[in-house]
Ligand binder design. Structure first.
Ligand code: ADP
Length: 660
C-alpha cells in the first residue's frame, strides 16, 4: 500500500532581493512500505529541499504531499507535531546527537517530548541501542563514541516511535567504507521491517544497495528505477505505541537542568552574579528591620509594658504629620515648648478627657501624673553641693522596679533621683534629706525631701526628680496654685492589650510618650532608608537580568542545531520555549537560594560581630524577606529568559539544521 505520494510538488524559495527561485518543479512519485529509495543528484539539484518537505519541516509548497492520503499542508500544528513524533524518523549526515545527553537519553528524546514515562522510554531506547549493537555504551556521551557508532545511535533515535517513513540525508556521507557497510545493513533492515526509507546519497555504491533509485536534476525528477521493494520479512518487534502527549513541564525542567549542567561554570557564574543583587536587597531590608527592632526593644525595656503613657497633645510633630507650612511648624514648636515645660493649660487633662481614656477597652486603671521640663530653674541641694534638675515628674506605674538601682520608690515627702544627679550630690545620698528648689508660677519654692532611692533610665540622660503626685500637688497648693495632671498612665493587666490601647489613645486624639513618638519617627525613617537602599541594590538586578538575557541568547545561538533536531523530533514551539524559560527559572531559583544563603551567612557573621561589640543583633532576616528574594530572582530571570526562549521557539527547523 502506498504510504507517501507526491503530486506535482513545487517549491518556490522567496529570495531576499525580491523574486523567487523554483527549487522543485513539479515532482510526481509514490512510495510504498518496504522500499529503500536512493535519491541521487548533483549538489543543488533539490534533494534536501524535497526531504525537508516530506519530513514536514517546511510546509510552504504547492502541489500535494499525501501521507496516508492526507496532504501535509493541511496539517494543523498538533498534527504536524504528531507526524514528526510518530510517522517520520530523521537520520542526518552529521548525526546531530545532543552532546550533553547520554546515548539512552538521545535515543529516547522523541518519547521524552511525547511525555512517555521514563521506564518505558528507557527500556525502548535500550532495546534499540542493543539492536544497533551499542549495549556496551548506553550511558556514554556522544563525544565518547566513534562516527559510525554515532550514526547507529541516530538510527536508533529515528526508530524510537516506530515510524513508517525514515528520511536519511546522506547517512554515510561522514563515514569510512567499513562503517558505511554496517550502517547500510542497519538501514536495509529497517526497510525490510516494512518501513519506507528515503535516503539521499551521492555515492553510487550506496545507491546500489537500494531497491529504487530516483534521480533529481535541477528540481526535476529525471529517472526513477524501481527494482522492487523488499518483501517485508521481519515484522518489527511488538511495539506498543505509547500514548503521544505533549511534553510535561517536569520534562522541560529536566531537559533544562541537563542543559545547564553541561554549561555549569557559565551558569553558576550568572547565578552567582544575580545572587549578589538578591543578597544586597534582602540584607538591606533585614538590616533596617534589625535596627528598628533594636531601637524598639531598647525603648520598651525602660517602660512598663502594661502601662500606656498619654499626653494631651503631641510633643513632637506626629510621625505621619503632613503639615509643612512655616506657620504650622512654628505653632507646633510653641505648643511643644509649652507642653514640655508644663506651662500651658492646653496640655492639662480635663475631667472629660480622663473619662474618655478610662472608657478605653482593656484599661483596668488610670493614674494621673504631672511632668515638667525646666532649663536651669529647678535644682536639688545637699550640703554645699547643688545639681540642676531638668525633669520633674510624678511617680507612676511606668517607673519599673528594675530601673530603681538603690533604695525604693518615693513615699510621702520623699523623692527619687536619677543616678547621675544623685552621684553629683553624694555617693550615699539614699536616706539623706535634700532641699528641692522649684520655680512655681514665677516664684522660687524650697522644700526638704528625703531621697528614697536612685534610678537609672538608659536612653535618657536628663537629670530627673520623681515624687508622688500628692506631694507635688500639696506644694502647689501651699503656693496658691492648683496642680492639674498633664500626663495620664493607663494600666492594663494583660500587656498584650497595650498595643490596642495605644492605638485607641491615638484615635481619640491624644498622644503617647515622647519616646514613643521618637521611636515611631525613627522606625519610619529606618523603613524609608532601608527601602531606598534596597531599591538601589535592586538596580543591580537589572544588570543581572541583562546578563541572563545575554547568556541565554548565546545559548540559543550555540544550540541552534539542537533546537532544529528537537523540532524535527516533534517538539512544538511551546516545548522549546518551555525548555528555555525553565533554564531561566533554574538560574533564578539558584540565584535566589544562593542569595538567601549568603544573606544567612552574613547575618550570622555581622550579628556575631555586633553582638560581641555592642550587644545588638543588627541583621534580622525574616522568612518573608527570604521568600520575596527568591520570588524576585525567579521572576526577573524568567522575564529575562522570555526573549531568548521566544527566539529559540521561532527558529525555522530547516535553517536551524543547516547551521554549521
Ligand atoms: P541539494 O540538497 O540537492 O544540494 P538543495 O535542496 O539544498 O539541494 O537546494 C536546491 C536549490 O535550492 C539550490 O539551488 C539552492 O541554492 C536553493 N535553495 C536552497 N535553500 C534555499 C533558500 N532558503 N533560499 C533560496 N534558495 C535556496
Amino acid at each position: 500500500m502506498e504510504i507517501l505520494q507526491l503530486k506535482n510538488l513545487i517549491k518556490l524559495y522567496k529570495l531576499a532581493g525580491g523574486g523567487t527561485f523554483e527549487a522543485l518543479k513539479g515532482i510526481n512519485a509514490s512510495f510504498e512500505a518496504g522500499e529503500l529509495v536512493a535519491i541521487v543528484g548533483e549538489s543543488g539539484s533539490g534533494k534536501s529541499t524535497l526531504m525537508n518537505l516530506i519530513g514536514g519541516l517546511d510546509s510552504d509548497f504547492s502541489g500535494e504531499i499525501l501521507y496516508r492520503g492526507k496532504n501535509l499542508r493541511d496539517y494543523n500544528a498538533k498534527e504536524l507535531s504528531d507526524y514528526h513524533k510518530k510517522s517520520i524518523g530523521f537520520i542526518f549526515q552529521n548525526f546531530n546527537l545532543i552532546p550533553h545527553l547520554n546515548l539512552v537519553e538521545n535515543v529516547a528524546l522523541a518519547m521524552t517530548l511525547s511525555n512517555v514515562d521514563k521506564e518505558t522510554r528507557e527500556k525502548r531506547a535500550k532495546e534499540l541501542l542493543a539492536q544497533v549493537g551499542l549495549t556496551d555504551h548506553l550511558y556514554k556521551k556522544p563525544d565518547q563514541i566513534s562516527g559510525g557508532q554515532k550514526q547507529r545511535v541516530a538510527i536508533a533515535r529515528a526508530l524510537i516511535n516506530d515510524p513508517d517513513v525514515i528520511i536519511a540525508d546522506e547517512p554515510t556521507g561522514a563515514l569510512d567504507a567499513e562503517t558505511t557497510d554496517t550502517v547500510l545493513d542497519l538501514i536495509k533492515d529497517i526497510a525490510r521491517s516494512g518501513k519506507l526509507v528515503l535516503m539521499v546519497t551521492h555515492s553510487d555504491r550506496v545507491a546500489a544497495h537500494c531497491t529504487r533509485v530516483i534521480r533529481i536534476d535541477n528540481g526535476q525528477l529525471i529517472s526513477d528505477e524501481n527494482f522492487g521493494g523488499f518483501k517485508v520479512t521481519e515484522k518489527a518487534a511488538d511495539f506498543k505505541e505509547p500514548k503521544i502527549k505533549n511534553m510535561s513541564l517536569y520534562n522541560a525542567i529536566r531537559m533544562a537542568f541537563l542543559n545547564m549542567r553541561a554549561k555549569l561554570g557559565r551558569n553558576a557564574l550568572v547565578a552567582f552574579g544575580t545572587s549578589i543583587g538578591i543578597m544586597a536587597v534582602i540584607l538591606m531590608l533585614s538590616l533596617g528591620r534589625g535596627v528598628t527592632n533594636y531601637i524598639q526593644s531598647t525603648m520598651n525595656s525602660y517602660t512598663n509594658p502594661n502601662v500606656t503613657e498619654v499626653h494631651k497633645q503631641s510633643m513632637m510633630p506626629a510621625a505621619n504629620s503632613t503639615s509643612t507650612s512655616q506657620a504650622e511648624i512654628s505653632q507646633m514648636q510653641q505648643n511643644n515648648m509649652a507642653a514640655l515645660t508644663g506651662s500651658s493649660s492646653e496640655s492639662n487633662f480635663t475631667q472629660s478627657d480622663l473619662k474618655k481614656l478610662q472608657k478605653i477597652k482593656h484599661v483596668d486603671s488610670l493614674e494621673t501624673g504631672y511632668t515638667t521640663l525646666s532649663l536651669g530653674t529647678n535644682s536639688v541641694e545637699y550640703g554645699s553641693k547643688s545639681a540642676t534638675i531638668m525633669t520633674l515628674q510624678t511617680m507612676s506605674a511606668n517607673i519599673i522596679k528594675s530601673s530603681i538601682v538603690s533604695g525604693k520608690a518615693p513615699g510621702a515627702d520623699e523623692i527619687l533621683l536619677d543616678k547621675g544627679t544623685a552621684d553629683i550630690l553624694s555617693k550615699n545620698i539614699v536616706g539623706k534629706n535634700v532641699t528641692l528648689k522649684l520655680m512655681i508660677d514665677g516664684k522660687q519654692v524650697k522644700k526638704t525631701f528625703k531621697v528614697s532611692g536612685t534610678y537609672e533610665q538608659q536612653g535618657s540622660n536628663f537629670s530627673t526628680v520623681i515624687m508622688r503626685y500628692q506631694d507635688l500637688a500639696a506644694l502647689y497648693q501651699a503656693n496658691g496654685q492648683t496642680l492639674s495632671p498633664n500626663v495620664v498612665y493607663l494600666y492594663t493587666k494583660n500587656k498584650d492589650n497595650t498595643e490596642k490601647i495605644k492605638e485607641q489613645v491615638k484615635k481619640l486624639g491624644f498622644s503617647g510618650s515622647m519616646q514613643e513618638t521618637m521611636t515611631e519617627m525613627f522606625t519610619q525613617m529606618m523603613d524609608i532608608i532601608s527601602y531606598v537602599l534596597a531599591a538601589i541594590a535592586a538596580v543591580s538586578l537589572v544588570v543581572s537580568a541583562i546578563m541572563i538575557l545575554v547568556v541565554l541568547n548565546i545559548s540559543v545561538v550555540e544550540r541552534t542545531r539542537e533546537i532544529g533536531v528537537l523540532k524535527a523530533l516533534g517538539a512544538r514551539r511551546k516545548d522549546i520555549r518551555r525548555i528555555f524559560v525553565s533554564e531561566a527559572f533554574l538560574i533564578g531559583l539558584s540565584s535566589g537560594l544562593l542569595g538567601v544563603g549568603m544573606t544567612a551567612v552574613l547575618q550570622v557573621l555581622i550579628n556575631n560581630f555586633t553582638s560581641a561589640k555592642f550587644d545588638v543583633n543588627v541583621v534580622s532576616m525574616t522568612f518573608n524577606y527570604a521568600l520575596a528574594g527568591i520570588l524576585i530572582s525567579v521572576i526577573i530571570s524568567m522575564i529575562a529568559g522570555l526573549l531568548p526562549a521566544n527566539r529559540a521557539s521561532k527558529l525555522d527547523p530547516v535553517e536551524a539544521l543547516r547551521k554549521e
